[in-house]
Design a protein around this ligand. Structure first.
Ligand SMILES: Cc1ncc(COP(=O)(O)O)c(C=O)c1O
Length: 365
């Protein structure tokens, strides 16, 4: 597989996984389908470290954002907002006519557990939503510390967006007491975009029974009813399920612990390189993401030009999250660029990518 995408999703997919997409189609109400569906369960439970159901949605991760909110929240929901994706999830809750409160933190900072504790103590919320790994700023928040806070508020459901961390970072769903942990296929899981996964606790289902207006496509209870029969309520993307089966086998062969270490190793190479080059990290010290690094472009490198030059060589460069950069530029602060080190990427590929970037930095316009 040629190294190409250094953006934080979609990420490159291994050829053996891509080939699974070309299998002949299959009726989704057949025994063969049910066997395929059931075969995914052990690997998914291991990936999420959970005994809970891991539902599969034919949508991207945003669909499961909506599923969690529409199925399990009648009204009051608290969102931690520390970047573009957590902000989008919060506005989704508002658009679903929920009584949404946002607890905001500066870009580049993690979610502060004490502030969450205080906010949850001040009002009765039904759920607390947090983005584990803010892809826009390369910040990872401490789920362990947040889980301790959630234990003090046992009536509040704990929803975690692990869209850009699951598969690259260990997340012990049951140990952390996460009610809904959701992820997209196209990031650290290195699958094609088009399905999303979520572990669902029993109490999330119980809560959903009391919520009206859950709709159909993203109703967790509809998904659960079908899941218990090894089916989906609607026609799913069967090619994605074959690909998922293959990728779960590949992850098992690599070893999940090894996979997480590989992500850490790639991240530390990038951070060491940034330091050596004199670029500060945009993310706060101690909260750097293992799957995507967000770096301050303090040298005013023309990343649009770098991107163009490397595109010609089949390498896709990330020029930073657009809205964040627009905001920083308006404040006359250095913009950012990101280096994704997730999914199939290897430390060697990262090292050669960094060397390529460096060569481009020396090119005079
Ligand atoms: C942290 C995070 N959450 C949610 C999303 C939205 O996911 P999707 O594009 O799969 O709907 C993204 C997309 O990049 C993301 O990075």
């Amino acid at each position: 597989m040629a190294a190409r995408l250094f953006i934080p999703g979609p990420s490159d997919v291994d050829d053996t996984v891509l080939r699974e997409l070309a299998r002949p189609q299959l009726g989704h109400r057949t025994q063969e389908f049910r066997e395929l569906f059931a075969s995914l369960r052990p690997g998914l439970r291991k990936l999420f470290s959970t005994g809970n159901d891991v539902l599969i949605s034919t949508s991207s991760g945003s669909g499961l954002w909506e599923a969690a909110i529409r199925s399990c929240v009648k009204s009051k929901v608290l969102h931690a907002v520390n970047g573009a994706f957590s902000k989008k999830w919060a506005s989704l809750s508002k658009n679903c006519a929920k009584d949404m409160a946002a607890l905001s933190f500066q870009d580049g900072k993690p979610v502060n557990p004490q502030a969450v504790d205080k906010a949850l103590s001040e009002r009765d919320y039904e759920a607390f939503c947090v983005v584990h790994n803010e892809t826009s700023t390369g910040v990872i928040s401490d789920l362990g510390a947040l889980s301790q806070v959630m234990k003090k508020h046992p009536d509040v459901l704990f929803f975690v967006d692990a869209v850009s961390s699951l598969g690259g970072v260990k997340i012990e769903v049951d140990g952390l007491g996460i009610d809904i942990c959701l992820a997209s296929s196209q990031k650290a899981l290195a699958l094609p975009a088009g399905i999303a996964l979520a572990s669902i606790s029993r109490r999330s289902y119980l809560k959903a029974e009391a919520v009206e207006g859950r709709g159909y496509y993203f109703d967790l209870l509809e998904l659960k009813k079908a899941y218990d029969k090894d089916e989906t309520p609607y026609t799913p993307s069967i090619p994605h399920l074959y690909a998922l089966r293959k990728q779960l086998d590949r992850m098992e062969a690599e070893g999940l612990e090894f996979r997480y270490k590989r992500h850490e190793e790639m991240a530390s190479w990038v951070r060491a390189w940034a330091k050596e080059q004199g670029f500060p990290m945009f993310s706060q010290e101690g909260c750097h993401s293992p799957t995507v690094s967000c770096i301050s472009n303090t040298k005013g490198i023309d990343f649009a030009a770098v991107k163009k030059a490397l595109a010609g060589r089949g390498i896709t460069v990330d020029t930073g999250y657009r809205k964040l950069n627009e905001k920083l530029a308006a404040e006359e602060k250095p913009t950012t660029f990101r280096i994704a080190h997730m999914g199939e990427r290897t430390p060697d590929e990262i090292r050669s990518y960094l060397a390529e970037l460096q060569k481009q930095f020396q090119v005079k316009p």
